[in-house]
Design a protein around this ligand. Structure first.
Ligand code: ATP
Ligand code: MG
Length: 339
Protein backbone atom coordinates (compact mmCIF):
# COMPACT_ATOMS: atom_id res chain seq x y z
CA UNK A 1 0.00 0.00 0.00
CA UNK A 2 2.72 2.49 1.06
CA UNK A 3 4.88 1.52 -1.87
CA UNK A 4 1.92 2.11 -4.22
CA UNK A 5 1.26 5.54 -2.65
CA UNK A 6 4.93 6.51 -2.92
CA UNK A 7 4.99 5.45 -6.58
CA UNK A 8 1.86 7.46 -7.28
CA UNK A 9 3.35 10.48 -5.53
CA UNK A 10 6.57 10.24 -7.56
CA UNK A 11 4.52 9.84 -10.77
CA UNK A 12 2.31 12.88 -9.98
CA UNK A 13 5.32 14.97 -8.93
CA UNK A 14 7.14 14.07 -12.14
CA UNK A 15 4.13 14.96 -14.31
CA UNK A 16 3.62 18.18 -12.38
CA UNK A 17 7.25 19.19 -12.74
CA UNK A 18 7.50 18.35 -16.44
CA UNK A 19 7.53 21.35 -18.73
CA UNK A 20 5.11 21.39 -21.61
CA UNK A 21 6.31 21.03 -25.22
CA UNK A 22 4.15 21.77 -28.24
CA UNK A 23 4.73 21.73 -31.98
CA UNK A 24 3.02 20.90 -35.26
CA UNK A 25 3.52 20.13 -38.92
CA UNK A 26 1.26 21.16 -41.78
CA UNK A 27 -0.37 18.36 -43.78
CA UNK A 28 0.58 20.28 -46.91
CA UNK A 29 2.40 17.41 -48.62
CA UNK A 30 4.69 14.46 -47.97
CA UNK A 31 6.99 14.86 -44.96
CA UNK A 32 10.59 15.44 -46.04
CA UNK A 33 13.99 15.01 -44.45
CA UNK A 34 14.03 18.71 -43.48
CA UNK A 35 10.87 18.17 -41.42
CA UNK A 36 12.42 15.12 -39.82
CA UNK A 37 15.80 16.57 -38.83
CA UNK A 38 14.52 20.10 -38.21
CA UNK A 39 11.50 19.14 -36.12
CA UNK A 40 10.22 15.55 -35.74
CA UNK A 41 13.51 14.10 -34.47
CA UNK A 42 13.41 16.58 -31.59
CA UNK A 43 9.80 15.69 -30.77
CA UNK A 44 10.84 12.03 -30.52
CA UNK A 45 14.05 12.69 -28.59
CA UNK A 46 12.23 14.90 -26.06
CA UNK A 47 9.03 12.92 -25.53
CA UNK A 48 10.23 11.46 -22.21
CA UNK A 49 11.53 14.74 -20.90
CA UNK A 50 8.51 16.96 -21.58
CA UNK A 51 4.75 16.70 -21.42
CA UNK A 52 4.34 16.77 -25.19
CA UNK A 53 1.55 18.05 -27.42
CA UNK A 54 2.11 17.41 -31.12
CA UNK A 55 -0.51 18.30 -33.67
CA UNK A 56 -1.32 18.19 -37.36
CA UNK A 57 -1.73 21.78 -38.47
CA UNK A 58 -4.61 21.25 -40.87
CA UNK A 59 -6.08 24.75 -40.43
CA UNK A 60 -2.73 26.15 -41.52
CA UNK A 61 -2.57 23.79 -44.50
CA UNK A 62 -5.86 25.11 -45.92
CA UNK A 63 -3.95 28.27 -46.87
CA UNK A 64 -2.35 26.17 -49.60
CA UNK A 65 -4.21 22.83 -49.92
CA UNK A 66 -7.75 23.44 -51.14
CA UNK A 67 -8.84 20.01 -52.26
CA UNK A 68 -10.91 17.71 -50.03
CA UNK A 69 -9.32 14.36 -50.99
CA UNK A 70 -5.80 15.74 -50.89
CA UNK A 71 -6.21 17.39 -47.50
CA UNK A 72 -7.80 14.42 -45.75
CA UNK A 73 -5.22 12.00 -47.21
CA UNK A 74 -2.41 14.33 -46.09
CA UNK A 75 -3.83 14.56 -42.56
CA UNK A 76 -3.88 10.79 -42.12
CA UNK A 77 -0.45 10.44 -43.76
CA UNK A 78 1.09 13.05 -41.48
CA UNK A 79 -0.28 11.24 -38.41
CA UNK A 80 1.10 7.94 -39.72
CA UNK A 81 4.47 9.54 -40.42
CA UNK A 82 4.68 10.98 -36.89
CA UNK A 83 4.03 7.52 -35.45
CA UNK A 84 6.41 5.82 -37.88
CA UNK A 85 9.15 8.26 -36.84
CA UNK A 86 8.79 7.09 -33.25
CA UNK A 87 6.24 9.32 -31.50
CA UNK A 88 4.70 7.22 -28.75
CA UNK A 89 0.98 7.96 -28.34
CA UNK A 90 1.22 6.82 -24.71
CA UNK A 91 3.64 9.65 -24.01
CA UNK A 92 2.57 12.30 -26.51
CA UNK A 93 -0.82 13.93 -26.95
CA UNK A 94 -1.23 13.70 -30.73
CA UNK A 95 -4.14 15.59 -32.25
CA UNK A 96 -5.59 17.39 -35.23
CA UNK A 97 -5.64 21.21 -34.99
CA UNK A 98 -9.19 21.53 -36.38
CA UNK A 99 -10.49 19.35 -33.52
CA UNK A 100 -9.78 22.31 -31.22
CA UNK A 101 -12.12 25.07 -32.50
CA UNK A 102 -11.13 27.28 -29.55
CA UNK A 103 -7.87 27.88 -31.42
CA UNK A 104 -9.82 29.70 -34.14
CA UNK A 105 -11.71 31.73 -31.55
CA UNK A 106 -8.47 32.80 -29.87
CA UNK A 107 -7.06 33.72 -33.27
CA UNK A 108 -9.88 36.23 -33.65
CA UNK A 109 -9.16 37.82 -30.27
CA UNK A 110 -5.47 38.07 -31.18
CA UNK A 111 -6.36 39.52 -34.60
CA UNK A 112 -8.12 42.34 -32.83
CA UNK A 113 -5.02 43.37 -30.87
CA UNK A 114 -2.50 42.92 -33.71
CA UNK A 115 -1.67 45.53 -36.31
CA UNK A 116 -1.25 44.95 -40.04
CA UNK A 117 2.30 46.44 -40.18
CA UNK A 118 3.37 44.01 -37.44
CA UNK A 119 2.29 41.03 -39.58
CA UNK A 120 3.66 42.59 -42.75
CA UNK A 121 7.15 42.31 -41.24
CA UNK A 122 6.97 38.48 -41.09
CA UNK A 123 9.57 37.05 -43.47
CA UNK A 124 7.37 34.06 -44.42
CA UNK A 125 4.65 36.50 -45.50
CA UNK A 126 7.15 38.68 -47.38
CA UNK A 127 8.46 35.62 -49.26
CA UNK A 128 4.94 34.43 -50.11
CA UNK A 129 3.94 37.93 -51.16
CA UNK A 130 6.85 38.13 -53.57
CA UNK A 131 5.93 34.81 -55.18
CA UNK A 132 2.14 34.76 -55.17
CA UNK A 133 0.01 37.20 -57.11
CA UNK A 134 -2.35 37.68 -54.18
CA UNK A 135 -1.63 36.21 -50.76
CA UNK A 136 -4.74 34.95 -48.95
CA UNK A 137 -5.73 36.37 -45.57
CA UNK A 138 -5.11 32.97 -43.91
CA UNK A 139 -1.47 33.00 -44.98
CA UNK A 140 -1.08 36.59 -43.81
CA UNK A 141 -2.56 35.58 -40.47
CA UNK A 142 -0.37 32.46 -40.11
CA UNK A 143 1.68 33.79 -37.15
CA UNK A 144 -1.49 34.60 -35.20
CA UNK A 145 -2.96 31.12 -35.68
CA UNK A 146 0.39 29.70 -34.63
CA UNK A 147 0.42 31.90 -31.51
CA UNK A 148 -3.06 30.59 -30.63
CA UNK A 149 -1.95 26.94 -30.99
CA UNK A 150 0.95 27.52 -28.63
CA UNK A 151 -0.55 29.88 -26.07
CA UNK A 152 -3.88 28.08 -25.63
CA UNK A 153 -1.98 25.02 -24.38
CA UNK A 154 0.39 26.94 -22.05
CA UNK A 155 3.41 25.57 -23.90
CA UNK A 156 6.82 26.31 -22.35
CA UNK A 157 8.88 25.11 -25.24
CA UNK A 158 8.36 24.86 -29.00
CA UNK A 159 10.81 22.75 -31.02
CA UNK A 160 10.93 24.08 -34.59
CA UNK A 161 13.27 24.54 -37.53
CA UNK A 162 15.16 27.83 -37.86
CA UNK A 163 12.57 29.10 -40.40
CA UNK A 164 9.97 29.28 -37.63
CA UNK A 165 12.08 31.23 -35.11
CA UNK A 166 10.54 34.57 -36.04
CA UNK A 167 7.05 33.15 -35.59
CA UNK A 168 7.87 32.14 -32.01
CA UNK A 169 9.06 35.69 -31.39
CA UNK A 170 5.71 36.87 -32.77
CA UNK A 171 3.94 34.50 -30.37
CA UNK A 172 5.83 36.00 -27.43
CA UNK A 173 5.04 39.55 -28.58
CA UNK A 174 1.34 38.73 -28.97
CA UNK A 175 1.22 37.08 -25.52
CA UNK A 176 2.88 40.12 -23.95
CA UNK A 177 0.50 42.50 -25.68
CA UNK A 178 -2.56 40.53 -24.55
CA UNK A 179 -1.22 40.32 -20.98
CA UNK A 180 -0.66 44.08 -20.98
CA UNK A 181 -4.13 44.94 -22.28
CA UNK A 182 -6.29 42.37 -20.46
CA UNK A 183 -4.11 41.13 -17.57
CA UNK A 184 -1.69 38.21 -17.09
CA UNK A 185 -2.99 35.12 -18.87
CA UNK A 186 -0.21 33.72 -21.03
CA UNK A 187 3.26 32.36 -20.31
CA UNK A 188 5.97 33.19 -22.84
CA UNK A 189 7.20 30.13 -24.76
CA UNK A 190 10.80 29.51 -25.81
CA UNK A 191 11.82 28.13 -29.23
CA UNK A 192 14.03 25.06 -29.32
CA UNK A 193 16.09 24.86 -32.47
CA UNK A 194 18.46 21.96 -33.08
CA UNK A 195 21.99 23.38 -33.07
CA UNK A 196 23.22 20.79 -35.59
CA UNK A 197 20.48 21.27 -38.15
CA UNK A 198 18.91 24.75 -38.38
CA UNK A 199 17.86 24.77 -42.08
CA UNK A 200 18.06 21.70 -44.29
CA UNK A 201 18.60 22.71 -47.94
CA UNK A 202 16.35 21.36 -50.66
CA UNK A 203 17.56 19.87 -53.94
CA UNK A 204 17.64 23.37 -55.46
CA UNK A 205 19.64 24.84 -52.56
CA UNK A 206 16.74 26.83 -51.08
CA UNK A 207 15.14 25.77 -47.79
CA UNK A 208 13.66 22.30 -48.28
CA UNK A 209 9.90 22.95 -48.29
CA UNK A 210 6.82 21.00 -49.26
CA UNK A 211 5.50 24.09 -51.04
CA UNK A 212 8.74 24.65 -53.02
CA UNK A 213 8.57 21.10 -54.41
CA UNK A 214 12.31 20.74 -53.78
CA UNK A 215 12.14 17.96 -51.21
CA UNK A 216 13.64 14.56 -50.58
CA UNK A 217 10.56 12.77 -49.24
CA UNK A 218 11.28 10.89 -46.02
CA UNK A 219 8.97 8.03 -46.95
CA UNK A 220 9.43 8.09 -50.72
CA UNK A 221 10.12 4.87 -52.61
CA UNK A 222 13.79 4.12 -53.38
CA UNK A 223 13.14 5.33 -56.91
CA UNK A 224 11.56 8.64 -55.75
CA UNK A 225 14.40 9.29 -53.34
CA UNK A 226 16.97 8.46 -56.01
CA UNK A 227 15.29 10.81 -58.47
CA UNK A 228 15.36 13.66 -55.94
CA UNK A 229 18.96 13.03 -54.82
CA UNK A 230 20.27 12.85 -58.39
CA UNK A 231 18.67 16.25 -59.07
CA UNK A 232 20.53 18.06 -56.26
CA UNK A 233 22.06 21.16 -57.77
CA UNK A 234 25.86 21.47 -57.70
CA UNK A 235 28.48 23.51 -59.51
CA UNK A 236 30.01 22.02 -62.65
CA UNK A 237 33.37 20.83 -61.27
CA UNK A 238 34.77 17.59 -62.73
CA UNK A 239 35.42 14.61 -60.42
CA UNK A 240 39.17 15.34 -60.40
CA UNK A 241 38.82 18.95 -59.23
CA UNK A 242 39.08 19.99 -55.57
CA UNK A 243 35.72 20.94 -54.08
CA UNK A 244 34.45 23.04 -51.21
CA UNK A 245 32.30 20.82 -48.94
CA UNK A 246 30.85 23.80 -47.08
CA UNK A 247 29.18 25.27 -50.16
CA UNK A 248 27.93 21.91 -51.46
CA UNK A 249 24.23 21.02 -51.08
CA UNK A 250 25.01 17.28 -51.11
CA UNK A 251 27.55 17.65 -48.31
CA UNK A 252 25.03 19.63 -46.22
CA UNK A 253 22.78 16.56 -46.40
CA UNK A 254 25.61 14.12 -45.60
CA UNK A 255 25.98 16.02 -42.32
CA UNK A 256 22.56 14.74 -41.24
CA UNK A 257 23.42 11.08 -41.68
CA UNK A 258 27.16 10.56 -41.18
CA UNK A 259 29.07 10.18 -37.92
CA UNK A 260 31.75 12.79 -37.17
CA UNK A 261 34.70 10.61 -38.32
CA UNK A 262 32.93 9.49 -41.52
CA UNK A 263 32.09 13.08 -42.34
CA UNK A 264 35.73 14.11 -41.84
CA UNK A 265 36.86 11.41 -44.28
CA UNK A 266 34.37 12.63 -46.85
CA UNK A 267 35.39 16.25 -46.25
CA UNK A 268 39.00 15.31 -47.08
CA UNK A 269 37.89 13.58 -50.27
CA UNK A 270 36.08 16.80 -51.29
CA UNK A 271 39.13 18.95 -50.51
CA UNK A 272 41.66 16.64 -52.20
CA UNK A 273 39.71 16.18 -55.43
CA UNK A 274 38.90 12.82 -56.99
CA UNK A 275 35.36 12.58 -55.66
CA UNK A 276 32.69 13.37 -58.25
CA UNK A 277 29.32 14.81 -57.31
CA UNK A 278 27.66 11.73 -58.80
CA UNK A 279 29.56 9.47 -56.40
CA UNK A 280 28.76 11.79 -53.49
CA UNK A 281 25.06 11.55 -54.42
CA UNK A 282 25.26 7.76 -54.59
CA UNK A 283 26.80 7.64 -51.11
CA UNK A 284 24.03 9.95 -49.84
CA UNK A 285 21.36 7.76 -51.39
CA UNK A 286 22.72 4.69 -49.59
CA UNK A 287 22.78 6.64 -46.30
CA UNK A 288 19.17 7.79 -46.67
CA UNK A 289 17.81 4.39 -47.63
CA UNK A 290 19.54 2.55 -44.79
CA UNK A 291 18.36 5.25 -42.36
CA UNK A 292 14.69 4.99 -43.32
CA UNK A 293 14.33 1.23 -43.66
CA UNK A 294 13.31 0.64 -39.98
CA UNK A 295 10.91 3.62 -40.16
CA UNK A 296 9.30 2.18 -43.29
CA UNK A 297 8.38 -1.00 -41.41
CA UNK A 298 6.56 1.01 -38.74
CA UNK A 299 4.84 3.08 -41.41
CA UNK A 300 3.56 -0.08 -43.06
CA UNK A 301 1.98 -1.19 -39.78
CA UNK A 302 0.06 2.08 -39.27
CA UNK A 303 -0.88 2.30 -42.94
CA UNK A 304 -2.57 -1.07 -42.58
CA UNK A 305 -4.30 0.04 -39.38
CA UNK A 306 -5.78 3.50 -40.11
CA UNK A 307 -8.51 3.01 -37.48
CA UNK A 308 -5.82 2.79 -34.81
CA UNK A 309 -4.34 6.08 -36.03
CA UNK A 310 -7.72 7.84 -36.05
CA UNK A 311 -8.41 6.55 -32.54
CA UNK A 312 -5.07 7.97 -31.34
CA UNK A 313 -5.95 11.37 -32.86
CA UNK A 314 -9.43 11.42 -31.34
CA UNK A 315 -8.08 10.49 -27.89
CA UNK A 316 -5.46 13.24 -28.21
CA UNK A 317 -8.11 15.76 -29.23
CA UNK A 318 -10.15 15.07 -26.10
CA UNK A 319 -7.18 15.92 -23.86
CA UNK A 320 -6.01 18.91 -25.90
CA UNK A 321 -9.54 20.32 -26.20
CA UNK A 322 -10.27 19.99 -22.49
CA UNK A 323 -7.18 22.08 -21.75
CA UNK A 324 -8.03 24.61 -24.44
CA UNK A 325 -11.55 25.00 -23.04
CA UNK A 326 -10.18 25.59 -19.52
CA UNK A 327 -7.88 28.26 -20.88
CA UNK A 328 -10.65 29.87 -22.94
CA UNK A 329 -12.77 30.35 -19.82
CA UNK A 330 -10.01 32.54 -18.36
CA UNK A 331 -9.43 34.36 -21.65
CA UNK A 332 -13.12 35.13 -22.22
CA UNK A 333 -13.41 36.36 -18.68
CA UNK A 334 -10.44 38.72 -19.08
CA UNK A 335 -11.77 40.10 -22.37
CA UNK A 336 -15.23 40.76 -20.98
CA UNK A 337 -17.41 38.60 -23.18
CA UNK A 338 -18.63 36.70 -20.09
CA UNK A 339 -21.52 38.64 -18.63
P1 ATP B 1 5.30 24.35 -46.26
O1 ATP B 1 6.16 24.52 -47.50
O2 ATP B 1 3.91 23.93 -46.57
O3 ATP B 1 5.42 25.53 -45.32
P2 ATP B 1 7.35 22.95 -44.82
O4 ATP B 1 8.11 21.95 -45.61
O5 ATP B 1 8.00 24.27 -44.57
O6 ATP B 1 5.92 23.08 -45.50
P3 ATP B 1 6.09 22.91 -42.24
O7 ATP B 1 4.92 22.03 -41.99
O8 ATP B 1 5.84 24.36 -42.51
O9 ATP B 1 6.96 22.28 -43.43
O10 ATP B 1 7.11 22.82 -41.03
C1 ATP B 1 7.05 21.79 -40.06
C2 ATP B 1 8.31 21.84 -39.20
O11 ATP B 1 9.44 21.45 -39.97
C3 ATP B 1 8.61 23.25 -38.66
O12 ATP B 1 9.09 23.14 -37.33
C4 ATP B 1 9.68 23.75 -39.57
O13 ATP B 1 10.51 24.70 -38.92
C5 ATP B 1 10.44 22.46 -39.88
N1 ATP B 1 11.09 22.55 -41.18
C6 ATP B 1 10.47 22.70 -42.38
N2 ATP B 1 11.39 22.74 -43.37
C7 ATP B 1 12.60 22.64 -42.77
C8 ATP B 1 13.94 22.63 -43.26
N3 ATP B 1 14.20 22.73 -44.56
N4 ATP B 1 14.96 22.52 -42.37
C9 ATP B 1 14.71 22.43 -41.04
N5 ATP B 1 13.46 22.42 -40.51
C10 ATP B 1 12.42 22.52 -41.36
MG1 MG C 1 6.80 25.87 -43.66
Amino acid sequence: MWVKCAKLFVFCYYIYMKKRLLSGIQPSGAIHIGNYFGAIKQFVDLQDQYESFIFIADLHAITTVQNKEELSANILDTAIDYLACGLDPEKVCLYQQSDIPEVAELTWYFNCITTMPFLERATAYKDANQKAKEVNVGLFDYPILMASDILIQNADIVPVGQDQKQHIEYTRDIAQKFNKIFGEVFILPEPLISRNVSIVPGIDGRKMSKSYKNTIPLFGTDEEIKKAVMKIITDSKTPEEEKDPDSCNIFALHKLFLKENELEKLRKRYLNGGLGYKESKEILLTEIISFISPLRKKKEFYKNNPDKVIEILKKGAIKARAQAQEKMKIIRDKIGVNI
